[in-house]
Design a protein around this ligand. Sequence first.
Ligand SMILES: *[C@@H]1O[C@H](CO)[C@@H](O)[C@H](O)[C@H]1NC(C)=O
Length: 228
Amino acid sequence: MAPGGFFGTAAVAVVLSLAVHVAFHCPIQPLPSPPSPARLPPNNLLQGLEKLGEGRLSGPEDVYIDAAAGGTLYTATRDGWLQRMQPNGSWEQWRFVGGTDLLGIAPSADGSMLVCDAHKGLLKAEEGRVTILASTVEGSTIRFADAVIEASDGAVYFSDGSARFGFGEWFLDYLEARPTGRLLKYDPGTGKASVALDNLAFANGVALSRDEAFLVVCEAGSDAPSCG
Ligand SMILES: *[C@@H]1O[C@H](CO)[C@@H](O)[C@H](O)[C@H]1NC(C)=O
């Protein structure tokens, strides 16, 4: 066989085995891409921002600002700490939660801090004690606890970004574009979580309106048109 023929055959074999590998081992079952959203006019509003805790905070995802305490700011970082910034700008490591996947935080009326650990679920961080409030919901594992808010009746609403992919695989959820995210509700009376809304395209931030008449949940993923 001529050398060119050998390399040609080898190239075909490589391409074929790659195609077979992708066909059998592809981790996603993607839906067709949704149309691109309308383009917004460009602006430079973020150019003038001031970065807080730069070089000190590892991957802060969410903030809670305690207005009653003069604007003390809290955030959770990837080194497992809840950290806070005093109004005079000084930072301190406030409470240790542990883990590497801390995302959303929100204060609870009882003085504890509610924390989403993407991997473990919904946590409650008190002085010297961390409790897992919910790691499963209606029999399924919470894979991507993301953002949280507590209502005045004590119910805790939190998002679960994806029912298929965990923290290190968020990009697979985006590529797949199947809306499997959920809004979950934790009932402190029963100690159980339930699904309040499902079929969300990467459920992310949650917020309650001031009068608690409605709740806002952001979908950070792209929802394919066929999913509605
Ligand atoms: C900032 O405020 C905190 C809390 O009041 C205090 O402990 C700290 O010493 C202050 N730091 C500076 C640099 O003023």
